[in-house]
Design a protein around this ligand. Structure first.
Ligand SMILES: C=C(O[C@@H]1C=C(C(=O)O)C=C[C@H]1O)C(=O)O
Length: 672
């Protein structure tokens, strides 16, 4: 069927207009990204990569894309490119002042238009340099010699290709010379077949190119009739040679830029065997250049091991124990001692960071010889944490996004603050949340709200759906309870929090409260957590009765991974051998969680204690331990309470709690 030319023309006009709009919007987005970079440059602690923010951005994209019928993998791919470019744009702005910039000379193998020269120009555009002179050389070795001789400031060499694998010569040059890797570039290699102007594809009998390019296009070449593959020193060099030979039967595999710059015809595009054909390049210098600690970094190592059983496993174990994610491992035989190997390993992280420095020190003592080839910005992010980390979180080899290594103190940019209505939880403020275990009646919740407000509570709690151990116990008023809680909150000017038991209730409950609580029994209800991850509503997540802190954080991760970054963690007592209290309040969880995560941490002493007399002392201890807040149960008439009456605080208890909290918080310089 032939398309109607009118419709076709109109549709293409629409496409052109849309494309112009896309470009305009991208430029606008990148302007905003530059402003973010300026803000980060003034706030010296803010890293360029902000995983939480990226997760949020991704979640928003996916939500909008789904609503408009766009596929999720496509959406992810587009956003991945945009985010990676956004981060790069920020580097020169955050890293250094333009005053420090200078003009540099960079050597590569090949001639202008080669993939090396294109990739080098791309990388250099993101560095703080006034300008760069690119110089092409015939051999990798020539580039390195020019660098060593001081003719060049940097060498720019390919180290591996996603189809062809490692580039052995460059690996060898790295070990034979004391050089330092200072940056990397991952370049999408787009190969075309170029011929003389007017040449036809079926005339072609010889295809010349760099051997790596011939290998990458072998499937395509096999489909052409009887062509001879002719290795050439460079792809763009092969293109250039066509002009000298002037034989239409000879074609070259090269970049489209190399072909066009020489006035050649492009006979075929996208001819590599794999759709994704990427080459990783290294920027190499005579001296090391530690990357800015705010830039996500990678460290390259090379080591030799004694020829004993288990030495490699031990060496890798040291890196794994330090939480250092390996992005590459390769071995190369040692020519002087047959069957002994050198190992090339890349790990995520900066050698200047204390945890990696410690691991490298240990690794050095477990190896025969270890050399750090350099720490440099991590650009080869095949698995973008914010984009593809979700499955890894279930079996966490890498640090959790809501958690950072327990040691040393996290280099995170401040702590996260979660807004519950107008109230801010976290970042130094202290918030008291209080109210009855269950909403029982309008009078009870209204009176309870006034009572806790008078004692300094800022957020009103009240259960409407109660998870009771016994099915015969009071189960809560359900949606009627939610409505009463909302009314009481409005009446007393407090945002509200209530527990949610199943994802089915979310649409009915979420719009009427300011925060949803996941109780201890539901901490492992991943279907519920996932659903809450899609909401734009803070979540108060309680620790399960038998959950370790790591499991607790993984539960939080379910919510964060869905895009909802507003999670408050709550320690509420765990099961131990001790029976004197209902649960054992694990106060060590407060400082430990604060070391492990950036999320606010509050404490629920009521459920841990199980009896009124213990609640106030435990609450005060929690504040002293640094909790960002408390959630306590209180009742205007505890003797009539339908649930948990033994632990409900009275009006007097609330007053005593407030009186006890003031001096503790004042001594910590915290506002209340
Ligand atoms: C622009 C920022 O920097 C980075 C880029 C982001 C983006 O392009 O949306 C988001 C988070 C950061 O990793 C930012 O922090 O907001």
């Amino acid at each position: 069927m032939h398309p109607n030319p009118d419709t076709l023309g109109a549709a293409r006009t629409l496409i052109d207009e849309t494309d112009r709009e896309i470009i305009r919007l991208l430029a606008r987005r990148f302007d905003a990204v530059r402003s973010v970079a300026q803000a980060k440059a003034t706030d010296g602690d803010r890293p360029i990569l902000d995983n939480d923010r990226e997760r949020g951005v991704l979640a928003a994209w996916l939500r909008d894309a789904e609503a408009l019928g766009l596929s999720a993998p496509f959406t992810r791919r587009v956003l991945k490119e945009i985010l990676s470019h956004s981060r790069r744009l920020q580097e020169p702005l955050v890293e250094g002042s333009p005053a420090s910039a200078r003009r540099i000379t960079v050597g590569y193998q090949g001639v202008p238009g080669s993939h090396s020269s294109l990739a080098a120009a791309h990388l250099l555009a993101t560095r703080s340099v006034r300008g760069a002179d690119l110089r092409g050389y015939a051999l990798f070795q020539d580039v390195v010699e020019a660098l060593q001789a001081g003719t060049l400031d940097y060498a720019f060499l390919p180290i591996e290709n996603s189809i062809g694998g490692a580039i052995a010569d460059v690996n060898r040059l790295l070990i034979d010379n004391t050089l330092h890797i200072v940056d990397e570039e991952v370049w999408e290699v787009d190969q075309v077949l170029a011929g003389l102007p007017g040449a036809a594809l079926d005339q072609v009998r010889t295809v010349r190119s760099h051997p790596a390019a011939l290998v990458q296009c072998e499937g395509y070449l096999r489909g052409l009739e009887e062509v001879v593959r002719q290795p050439w020193f460079d792809t763009a060099g092969a293109a250039e040679s066509l002009l000298e030979d002037r034989d239409p039967a000879i074609a070259a595999i090269c970049s489209e830029e190399a072909a066009r710059a020489r006035g050649l015809d492009v006979l075929a595009t996208g001819i590599a065997d794999q759709e994704r054909n990427e080459t990783r390049f290294l920027l190499i210098a005579r001296e090391p250049e530690g990357p800015d600690p705010r830039v996500p970094a990678k460290t390259s190592l090379v080591f030799r091991l004694n020829h004993h059983e288990g030495t490699l496993a031990r060496a890798l174990g040291i890196l794994s124990a330090a939480g250092a994610n390996l992005t590459r491992i390769e071995s190369r035989p040692l020519p002087a001692t047959p069957w002994e190997y050198l190992f090339f390993v890349d790990v995520e992280g900066n050698q200047a960071s204390p945890h990696l420095a410690r691991a490298l020190k240990e690794l050095r003592s477990a190896c025969n010889h270890l050399r750090v080839l350099g720490s440099y910005p991590h650009r080869a992010r095949g698995a973008e944490p914010a984009m593809e980390q979700v499955p890894a979180v279930l079996e966490p080899p890498a640090p959790l996004s809501c958690a950072v290594e327990p040691e040393p103190a996290p280099p995170r940019p401040g702590r996260v603050r979660v807004n519950v209505g107008p109230i801010q939880v976290g970042e130094g403020a202290f918030v008291l949340m209080a109210g009855p275990c269950a909403v029982e009646s309008r009078d009870q919740i209204l009176e309870g709200a006034r009572m806790v407000r008078a004692a300094g509570a800022a957020i009103l709690r009240g259960g409407a759906f109660k998870p009771r151990t016994s099915p015969y116990a009071f189960q809560g008023l359900g949606l009627e309870g939610v409505a009463l809680l909302k009314e009481a909150g409005r009446e007393t000017g407090m945002p509200t929090v209530t527990e949610i038991l199943t994802q089915e209730d979310i649409p009915d409950v979420a719009p009427h409260v300011d925060m949803l609580q996941v109780g201890a029994r539901n901490m492992h209800n991943f279907a519920l957590l996932k659903e809450l991850g899609r909401l734009d509503k803070p979540i108060l997540l309680k620790r399960g009765m038998s959950a370790t802190l790591k499991e607790f954080l993984l539960a939080a991760e379910y919510i964060l991974a869905g895009g909802n970054q507003r999670v408050i963690l709550c320690e509420r007592g765990i099961r131990t051998f001790e029976t004197a209290t209902r649960a054992t309040l694990d106060l060590s969880a407060v400082p430990v969680l604060k070391r492990m995560t950036h999320l606010p941490v509050i404490v629920d002493p009521s459920h841990a204690a199980g009896e009124r007399e213990l609640v106030v002392p435990l609450a005060l201890a929690a504040a002293a331990a640094g909790a960002d807040g408390l959630i306590v149960e209180a009742h205007p008439w505890p003797e009539t309470a339908l649930c948990d009456k033994a632990q409900a605080l009275t009006r007097e208890d609330m007053a005593a709690l407030a009186a006890g909290l003031r001096p503790i918080l004042a001594s910590q310089g915290r506002a209340w």
